[in-house]
Design a protein around this ligand. Structure first.
Ligand code: GAL
Length: 379
């Protein structure tokens, strides 16, 4: 992962447990969260209810791909890296609803929780293969496991749609070269990082530079370091600032694993250590921005007055904060578009229509001006 070269003079009084220069990141321990791993049922007919008990209903305004008459009998296996992830909860709920709206039977859709453990998820994939699912939609725990996953799924003759965690270029090249029924659906995380940087840069140095050193002094809270979304958001948020001619100063860059509680701790420590020099808090997602906001509040700082805070995803709570000014902005990570494209891609494999090996989508920059509009859409 590329880190910006930063001239950070680390204080000698730095708290040891907190040590993390921007090129020397400290990883918070990431105990898998509370959700229990469940192997998929022997037969996909015993689908978990992932809709919180609500009836799955049709999603408006989406044209179903042609040839969906036989979908009711098709079995879909879905692997999610971790159910307790807020964004992936929105994604899987919409995916389930949309699959049903296309004609799949809810009983034939099985969604399993990888509990942030690749071995658990690999066992679930094996079970899906044994159960003879017709198509697999996989949000891998580790993108680096994609080659192994692809090999076993292709060998079983099952089409595969990866979502959210993009496998690397070499892996994607294999799908093309071998003409396998494998694709990836997701947005380009570089765009979300760039939007985050622009949200800050658009405020202007006069506004941001409270300590008057001529630089934007920031802290970075990263998601899972193995994840390309975290890598690109970290890199491109800062790049947008330097490309726009700002000087930047990274005070600390730490891993919060997409989790609110970890980010809250990281930002509390950073505010304790760097005090009023912290002008900007970049979080790779909104869950962590919400944790950062708790720490900012506890430190008596005020977003929009003496500190600026951005996230990504456009969770409802984050949008409410953007509307009220307690977050500077966020970036809408369009789970509607991504889940619908993933389901459509699954149908295209089942009907023989096939797919490109990469299916993209766009992020949307969210400020106080359009936050209500996005909130109305996601609620
Ligand atoms: C990102 C999202 C994060 C987290 C992550 C999981 O796209 O912004 O909140 O859900 O995916 O891989």
């Amino acid at each position: 992962m590329k880190k910006k070269a930063i001239s950070v003079i680390l204080s000698l009084t730095m708290v040891a447990a907190m040590v993390a220069g921007c090129g020397n990141k400290t990883e918070e321990t990431s105990a898998p969260q509370e959700t229990e791993a469940e192997a998929p049922a022997e037969t996909p007919a015993e689908a978990e209810d992932t809709t919180g008990g609500e009836e799955a209903d049709a999603t408006e305004g989406e044209a179903a791909p042609a040839g969906n008459a036989d979908l009711a009998d098709k079995k879909v296996g879905v692997c999610i890296y971790q159910f307790s992830d807020n964004f992936m909860t929105l994604f899987r709920t919409e995916l389930q609803n949309y699959l049903v709206s296309l004609g799949f039977s809810a009983d034939n859709i099985t969604i399993s929780d990888g509990a942030n453990d690749q071995a658990t998820q690999t066992g679930q994939i094996d079970n899906f293969i044994t159960a003879g699912v017709d198509v697999l939609i996989i949000n891998p725990v580790n993108s680096s496991s994609a080659e192994t996953i692809t090999d076993k799924v292709v060998a079983a003759g099952i089409p595969l749609v990866y979502i959210n965690r993009e496998p690397d270029e070499d892996e994607e090249a294999r799908w093309e070269e071998n003409n396998w029924d494998v694709t990836y659906v997701g947005c380009d995380a570089r765009q979300s990082g760039t939007f985050q940087g622009e949200l800050i840069g658009d405020l202007g140095l006069e506004t941001i530079d409270k300590n008057g050193n001529g630089k934007i002094d920031y802290i970075m809270v990263e998601g899972d370091p193995e994840n390309i979304d975290a890598q690109y958001r970290t890199e491109f948020s800062v790049k947008a600032l330097t490309d726009a001619g700002f000087e930047v100063n990274c005070l600390t860059d730490q891993v919060g694993n997409w989790a609110q509680d970890q980010a809250q701790q990281i930002v509390a420590n950073a505010l304790g250590q760097y005090g009023n020099d912290v002008e900007v808090v970049f979080c790779n997602n909104d869950a962590m921005a919400l944790g950062a906001l708790q720490a900012i509040d506890a430190a008596g700082r005020k977003v929009g007055e003496d500190i600026y805070l951005v996230g990504v995803d456009a969770l409802s709570e984050a949008l409410e904060n953007v509307i009220s000014g307690t977050m500077t902005g966020t970036v809408f990570n369009d789970h509607f578009s991504q889940s619908h494209s993933a389901a459509d891609a699954a149908v295209n494999y089942l009907t023989g229509a096939g797919n490109d090996h990469y299916i993209g989508c766009d992020y949307v920059k969210v400020t106080q001006d359009n936050a209500q509009e996005i909130l109305d859409m996601v609620q």
